[in-house]
Design a protein around this ligand. Structure first.
Ligand SMILES: [Zn+2]
Length: 340
């Protein structure tokens, strides 16, 4: 039997909200780091001061639902750490559901997105999104394994499908349409991407690079996923990301469409890693600081924020207390601009 927790995970500018609701649609781009990233790549910028651990905290918007309890927990994090920017991996599938009310979806999302955040993209192969993109929907394989066929939801299905089961051109069509949907709803994305269930294999890499994404953060340390060891996903991740662990630093991936910078998701997401483990993880990265900056990652799912986000809230507080200026919380694209 599949644990509820596992299903939940993968099932898994407030000031701007007012303007969105009042009339003319404004394009909303949080942060401007896509630009600084491109500039840094051109000028080869280097860190001018003491080496630090650069920590990006990301949010995976699963595209399932926008429950008040999760948004409430999310708002509590923002109140606890107002200066910590987040990298928002937005999902277009909220807008493709049969009963979607776009204005309502936008208003809910903008409650917790802040101007200093980065906007990126997250995709799970939801049937509504796949078919809206003109691609044939697939029900196999699932990330849970052959013994666990895809569950058919009343409103939508497909969250547990593998993104890598789609061809590169099919997935590019999905990415392109998701970008259009988010842009039409005022979300102007930067150049960062995370694949559903971390499965950014060759097809996904080629597709996202073809759509202009320059930074991927889908490579986790599968060691954190011991809670779901009985399922197929940890093995699928090891196949896509051999050798990645919590200390893996950014690396370049070549695709036929150009290079991608992989910024590993070193601390996975809060559903799988306790506050103590997050603090220990960052401490271990700080211990490895020598002559240059190091990069680390923490994160959570919007859909399970009520249950797991308090772990991140506590960990960030303790990390700040323990490490002070040796750590810096920033967006992923800001971190990427400092990769040598
Ligand atoms: Zn996801």
């Amino acid at each position: 039997m599949m644990p509820f927790e596992a299903i939940a995970v993968f099932a898994s500018a407030s000031d701007s909200a007012a303007s969105i609701m009042t009339g003319s649609m404004k394009s909303w781009r949080a942060g401007m780091c896509w630009w600084t990233f491109a500039l840094a790549a051109l000028c080869g910028c280097v860190s001018p001061s003491k080496p630090v651990v650069r920590i990006a905290i990301s949010v995976d918007w699963e595209g399932r639902d926008l429950a008040p309890s999760n948004l409430h927990a999310y708002a509590a994090f923002r109140a606890a750490h107002p200066s910590v920017p987040l990298t928002q991996f937005l999902n277009a599938a909220y807008f493709t559901k049969r009963d979607a009310d776009s204005a309502n979806v936008r208003e809910h999302m903008l409650r917790v997105i802040k101007p200093h955040d980065e906007l990126g993209m997250h995709i799970h192969p939801w049937q509504s999104l796949v078919e809206a993109s003109g691609v044939e929907f697939r029900t196999t394989p699932t990330i849970w394994g052959e013994q666990h066929p895809m569950r058919r939801g009343k409103i939508d299905s497909g969250h547990e499908g593998s993104v890598e089961s789609y061809t590169s051109s099919e997935f590019q069509a999905i990415v392109a349409h998701a970008k259009e949907i988010l842009a039409a709803n005022g979300f102007d994305l930067g150049t960062s991407f995370r694949a559903g269930a971390w499965l950014a294999g060759p097809n996904v890499r080629r597709a996202i690079r073809g759509e202009g994404f320059l930074v991927d953060t889908s490579a986790p340390d599968p060691m954190w996923l011991d809670e779901i060891d009985a399922y197929a996903l940890p093995g699928m991740i090891r196949e896509v990301w051999p050798g990645v662990n919590q200390h893996t630093q950014p690396f370049t991936i070549e695709t036929s469409e150009g290079s991608l910078l992989e910024m590993p998701d070193t601390g996975a997401l809060a559903d799988y890693i306790t506050a103590d483990e997050m603090v220990a993880h960052i401490g271990a990265v700080v211990d490895r600081l020598d002559g240059s900056d190091r990069f680390a990652h923490l994160g959570f799912h919007q859909e399970t924020a009520a249950r797991y986000l308090p772990r991140v809230t506590e960990a960030v507080r303790r990390i700040k207390e323990l490490h002070g200026e040796r750590v810096r919380f920033e967006t992923l694209c800001e971190s990427a601009s400092h990769v040598q």
